[in-house]
Write a protein that binds this ligand. Structure first.
Ligand code: ADP
Ligand code: MG
Length: 405
């Protein structure tokens, strides 16, 4: 069912009204609580600007980190208020509360275009429990709810799902923000009817978290290229020696059935970068996949595999990439991932569509310096995987349907 987005909301429902916006300001922090980068804040600026230009009175809700239902000064959203103010070129007020009298008072003083940041939703024990009481108090604060927090759309929390349901039940709207709309357009809509050849590259640490994705995608893709640690489990499934590589023993059997069902749609690495330790400065060798020794650990795809992947991708019109090809964080094992990043970027250059999902994959694309050359880089790791697996997102399901007034 089609959900309402910001553009479905008439301007007079925004002007002068209290707009509760769930954003994802879960920015990376260093040990002292200093923000390492503000990408997540920048991504919601279009939604915030749209609402301010139309005279909305903005109340922003976000989580930050995992405080476990208790206040933690390092994770206070107050630490982000000034940075947000600079990005928006306005004063962002902050209230150290989420829902109580002082928060309500702060809301009442908001003028058109003003922005108020509430405290970290996860300081409240009701947030992750989707508590009706917290949802009710949040709903009481506003006339319209906008969810632009794609990164937590797969979570059923009070500030994502509970509040939306509560407001709709009372005849108010809950709609998708611009970032949410864009994520859904690429990771759900475009992929449901992709231009072909359609290829998916999967990698990363584990099969277990991505087996649903593999099964959902297999019937739809023309080719599935597999690298990363998950490739080791597949190599074991075809009976090869994988030494001390990260293999999920309890997934070898499902990998075997998956390969049988896939026919020639799955391409596995033919060679690998191996070392005795996956560590900085390790001595590496590139070996055929049949030549992995009992003491070896596979840390990356080999040179021939990179070429095979590049040749396949040279024909792709749609590419989805999730999961690095190796332990790309450390130099001896980063070349495979960087090579794939460039091959994918070349697809965009030839007019194809390229979509990157997954937190580590997104950072690999930045390390490879090809972020500007991808059609879409998702801001949500878990949420993007859920969509690729064909699952619905509770945070989206909770929004108003197009047919509602
Ligand atoms: P994403 O966040 O893009 O979904 P994942 O979280 O699934 O990706 O996996 C990323 C992690 O997988 C990285 O930390 C990377 O070091 C690790 N990884 C990839 N290949 C290997 C490998 N061969 N051995 C060990 N770790 C690997
Ligand atoms: Mg990850």
């Amino acid at each position: 069912m089609s959900k309402k987005t910001l553009v479905d909301v008439p301007d007079d429902v925004i002007a002068g009204h209290r707009i509760l916006v769930r954003v994802d300001f879960n920015v990376p922090l260093d040990d002292a609580g200093q923000m390492l980068n503000d990408t997540r804040m920048r991504k919601v600026l279009p939604t915030l600007r749209y609402l301010r230009e139309r005279g909305g009175r903005l109340i922003l809700l976000s989580h930050l980190g995992r405080p476990g239902g208790r206040p933690d000064p390092v994770l206070s959203l107050g630490n982000l208020a000034d940075s947000l103010g600079q990005l928006l070129d306005t004063v962002v007020s902050f209230t150290p509360r989420l829902v109580d009298e002082s928060a309500l008072e702060a809301v009442e003083t908001l003028q058109e275009g003003n922005v108020l940041l509430l405290e970290n939703t996860r300081f409240h024990p009701g947030e992750t429990k989707n508590s009706p009481e917290l949802s009710r108090r949040l709903a009481d604060m506003a006339d319209l709810f906008v969810n632009d927090a794609f990164g937590v759309a797969h979570r059923e929390h009070a500030s994502t799902v509970g509040v939306a349901r509560m407001m709709r039940a009372e005849g108010r709207n809950a709609v998708a923000g611009m970032l949410m709309e864009r994520e859904l357009r690429f990771l759900r809509d475009h992929i449901s009817d992709p231009e072909r050849p359609y290829m998916v590259i999967l990698g990363g640490a584990k099969i277990s978290g991505k087996i649903d994705v593999i099964h959902t995608l297999l019937p739809k893709v023309d080719l599935l290229l597999i690298g990363g640690a998950m490739a080791s489990t597949f190599l074991r499934a075809v009976g090869l020696e994988t030494g001390k590589s990260l293999v999920e023993e309890d997934r070898v059997e499902i990998a075997e059935t998956t390969l049988r069902a896939a026919g020639d749609k799955i391409i596995l690495p033919v060679d690998c970068v191996v070392a005795e330790e996956l560590a900085r400065g390790a001595t590496t060798r590139i070996v055929e996949r049949t030549q992995v020794g009992v003491d070896d650990r596979i840390g990356d795809i080999g040179v021939r595999t990179r070429e095979i992947f590049a040749d396949a991708l040279a024909h792709a019109r749609t590419v989805v990439w999730n999961g690095p090809m190796g332990m790309f964080e450390i130099p001896p094992f980063s070349a495979g991932t960087l090579s794939v990043a460039h091959s994918v970027a070349d697809v965009t250059e030839r007019g194809g569509m390229t979509i990157v999902g997954g937190g580590d994959s997104a950072s690999a694309v930045h390390v490879a310096d090809v972020a500007e050359r991808m059609t879409h880089i998702s801001t949500g790791g878990g949420a993007s995987l859920e969509l690729l697996a064909g699952h619905r997102l509770p945070g989206v399901e909770a929004l108003s349907d197009r047919e509602e007034i």
